[in-house]
Design a protein around this ligand. Structure first.
Ligand code: NDP
Ligand code: MG
Length: 398
């Protein structure tokens, strides 16, 4: 039977890759709802091609979208607005699968709504899990949601773990013979830059990733290694392990997407060309497999795979994220909020590249940590951290 899909963040890089796969399997999947934030023209094209039943945009964009759909002679599409609209489609009874591909904290409540509605949730929006890890994972358990990782590393780890790993009782220790998770990192565009060089790198340079084509925010996160830090936290929650069981390995070719080491000396790796269509297709079809246009890996052309340790002096964001996970409570939410604000300021050229980690560290030191007891307390702390980070940015600017 055909599965009905809701794509939150359809105009983004992950949203586009998801459409590509759905297009390849029209008998298996239909598009029920999509959302966009600023790219309304692109959304109009998507509506024309995929004819979703519902679209969600910010209230301020509803008129523009209505005009656009009228001009394209597209009728019968319901338009919903804002976060309430995102939540409505995420939990809608006609939806089987929700692709959570909004970037940042804005994706938290819609993703949680999908989880609470017991959907198959394809999780790309790592910030949502970083902010609310325990609550999100508990909700998935309570509501029997299938929370499947789309982030290529976590999808790789999921593929390398024993099939029943997610069903067994877990307590922060690796189980079933698993000893260690090796989370691979490309190292980003500045892997071989010295500290002096890093002082003057530009947003355009940061957004030019050597192996992946992604949205701006995650591109900057990859350049600072904060992306790997967020992924470290993501892995701890998804696979219920303490942070010291996750080792980050820089692997510049991005061919191995991550590995799992076992007590018997085995190391299992998942490999493939760096294309998000593979993990998206895997999460969509799991436990089955469906075709994508991603070419099979050609190891003769590839010929070598390199590995090195991450440099925490040049890339302190990774260290900050690990510390935040170790401390726990609201610290990951504070880290994430400060990082979102700092990355936005860097993209607007208000602060320098190395200031990003500086702003995050300052915010972690100046916002009170506590127990992440509810979504409300997480969202309050998120707001407070954004204020503190913004103040720090103003200081750095002057
Ligand atoms: P993009 O910036 O390309 O896309 C983000 C999407 O979210 C767009 O559809 C955008 O709408 C929408 N959006 C932005 N802000 C808001 C908001 N405030 N409220 C509602 N919607 C909003 O990002 P990516 O696709 O690269 O990344 C999406 C998520 O997936 C991120 O969390 C990222 O970390 C994660 N991810 C991405 C990978 C990749 O390869 N790109 C790999 C692994 C994880 P619009 O464009 O219309 O403004
Ligand atoms: Mg990743």
């Amino acid at each position: 039977m055909s599965q009905s899909v809701c794509i939150l963040g359809v105009t983004g890089s992950i949203g586009q890759s998801t459409l590509k796969i759905l297009e390849q399997h029209p008998e298996q999947y239909s598009v029920y709802a999509v959302s966009a934030y600023s790219r309304i023209q692109e959304l109009g094209e998507i509506c024309k091609q995929y004819r979703p039943k519902v679209v969600v945009v910010p209230a301020a964009k509803v008129d523009e979208l209505q005009q656009l759909l009228k001009a394209k002679k597209i009728n019968n599409i319901e338009i919903l607005a804002d976060e309430a609209g995102l939540i409505t489609v995420a939990e809608h009874p006609d939806v089987d699968v929700v692709m959570a591909a909004i970037v940042g904290a804005a994706g938290l409540l819609p993703t949680l709504a999908a989880v609470k509605a017991g959907k198959r949730v394809l999780l790309a929006n790592k910030e949502a899990l970083v902010m609310s890890g325990d609550i999100m994972m508990q909700a998935a358990k309570d509501h029997q949601a299938l929370l499947l990782p789309v982030d290529s590393e976590h999808n790789a780890i999921f593929q390398c773990l024993p099939q029943n790993y997610l069903q067994i009782l877990r307590n922060g220790e690796p189980q079933l013979g698993v000893q260690q998770i090796l989370l691979t990192a490309s190292g980003g565009p500045f892997l071989n830059f010295g500290l002096e060089q890093l002082k003057t790198v530009t947003p355009a340079q940061a957004c030019k990733h050597p192996n992946w084509s992604m949205g701006q925010k995650i591109s900057v996160d990859s350049a600072t290694l904060m992306n790997k830090g967020l992924e470290l936290i993501e892995a701890c929650h998804l696979f219920s392990i303490k942070e010291h069981f996750v080792t980050v390995v820089v692997h510049p070719q991005s061919i191995i997407h991550s590995m799992v080491q076992y007590v018997d000396g085995s190391t299992l790796a998942q490999m493939g060309n760096p294309d998000m269509c593979t993990p998206i297709a895997h999460a969509l079809a799991w436990p089955e497999r469906i075709q994508t246009h991603v070419p099979a890996l050609d190891l003769f052309t590839q010929s070598r795979l390199d590995f090195q340790e991450p440099d925490l002096v040049r890339f302190p964001a990774l260290k900050l994220a690990r510390q935040a996970m170790k401390i726990g409570g609201l610290a990951p939410a504070i880290l994430n909020a400060a990082n979102e604000i700092a990355v936005a300021a860097f993209l607007k050229q208000q602060i320098a590249f190395l200031d990003i980690a500086q702003v995050v560290e300052h915010t972690l030191n100046h916002v009170q940590n506590g127990v992440a007891e509810s979504i409300d307390s997480i969202l309050q702390t998120d707001q407070l951290a954004r204020q503190v980070a913004s103040q720090r940015i103003t200081q750095l600017e002057s």
